[in-house]
Design a protein around this ligand. Structure first.
Ligand SMILES: [Zn+2]
Length: 363
């Protein structure tokens, strides 16, 4: 994954090699569950305020699986270039760009925000009032050799962080950073329940919570994952296929419950996670892989004074914070690396829930 000479050398016209060829490789979703590697036109030179990024690594997330399966409600047209989080190297900079130079290593924010609304100006990028779309889901994403982006949406990668690890910053790490620290306001010494601790965000939540001195309880679906979850720092691991996690958490906390529940599973676990909270506890969720709807006990909600946070994406600041954590040694757990041609194998592995950590696609 080290930077190749080709990546930073432009030809005599200043164009990158792929752009000079006029075409580039791109992974394109052409129909539900059908991705093809295609040669498409390389992007034009970056415009005013834009940079051109040569993509090096892509992190896979559940949103990729949703997109691959097909989502009736999503407004988009196929074919669509996939890939929602990525790391790469600046190949070219457009006029007026002073924040980065060719050769800089960067990650890119995955949503096209406006940069002007009240939320954007306050640094709350994921609450942008005029967000155009999510790259790799609504509009063309990062699984291509070159992509032009507004320079304001890229974040530099610290020197000692690899492209592979950095590719987990914009979505996996950023989302968890935002959930735990901006929304749930997790404090050192608190107890947290992390649901599905073997997932990309689950492994990240375990490591981030442990790093500030929390007691971490997590759930997994088999004994092999239980060992791996312990190895990355979980204090208590519940195999939910053997034990009801609600009862186990009650026992582990001396009937008190946890301060924070980290959710992304949905109907299968949501009410159980609420039940695990102590009075005034916080539940934060960023996903719902097991379905869309639940029935909730409202008496329980207000009598126990629960606080529930919906969380989606993160801010540019959260991406910087994530990369800083990686630079200080808090690295993502990588399950598998697959080459670009095997993107679909990565998605199938993610969908099968056999993973422990992140799946990375390399160029
Ligand atoms: Zn905005």
């Amino acid at each position: 994954m080290s930077g190749t000479a080709e990546a930073i050398i432009a030809d005599s016209t200043g164009r990158s090699p792929a752009a000079a060829r006029g075409t580039m490789r791109a992974l394109t979703l052409v129909a539900d569950r059908k991705i093809e590697l295609r040669d498409i036109a390389a992007p034009a030179e970056p415009g005013n305020g834009e940079v051109q990024i040569r993509i090096k690594a892509i992190g896979l997330n559940h949103i990729d699986v949703w997109g691959w399966r097909g989502m009736a409600f999503a407004k988009r047209t196929l074919p669509l270039i996939v890939g929602v989080e990525a790391a790469g190297e600046i190949a070219l900079v457009g006029p007026g760009v002073t924040s980065c130079r060719p050769g800089d290593r960067v990650v890119a924010y995955g949503a096209l925000t406006c940069g002007n609304c009240k939320a954007c100006r306050a640094g709350r990028d994921n609450l942008c009032e005029n967000v155009a779309s999510i790259m790799g889901f609504h509009v063309d994403g990062f699984a291509r050799e070159l992509v032009n982006m507004p320079a304001r949406l890229v974040v530099p990668i610290p020197q000692n962080v690899s492209y592979r690890d950095a590719a987990c910053a914009p979505v996996a790490f950023g989302t968890v950073q935002h959930m735990l620290f901006d929304n749930a306001k997790l404090e050192p010494g608190e107890t947290i329940l992390v649901q599905a601790g073997g997932s990309g965000i689950g492994t990240t939540a375990i490591k981030m919570a442990k790093a500030i001195g929390c007691t971490v309880i997590t759930t997994v679906g088999d004994d092999a994952k239980a060992e791996k979850a312990k190895a990355i720092g979980a204090d208590h691991v519940i195999n939910y296929r053997i034990d009801r996690f609600e009862g186990a958490v009650r026992k582990l906390t001396g009937k008190k419950g946890v301060d924070v529940a980290f959710e992304h599973v949905g109907p299968d676990t949501f009410n159980g996670s609420l039940f695990c909270l102590k009075r005034g506890g916080r539940l934060v969720t960023c996903g719902s892989t097991s379905g869309q709807s639940i029935t909730m006990n409202l008496f329980q909600l207000y009598l126990q004074q629960y606080r529930i946070f919906g969380s989606f994406g993160c801010s540019l600041r959260n991406i910087g914070e994530s990369l800083a954590k990686m630079a200080s040694g808090l690295l993502p757990v990588i399950d598998t690396e697959v080459p670009l041609e095997e993107f679909e194998r990565g998605l199938a592995r993610l969908e099968s829930r056999q993973v422990f950590g992140k799946i990375i696609v390399t160029f």
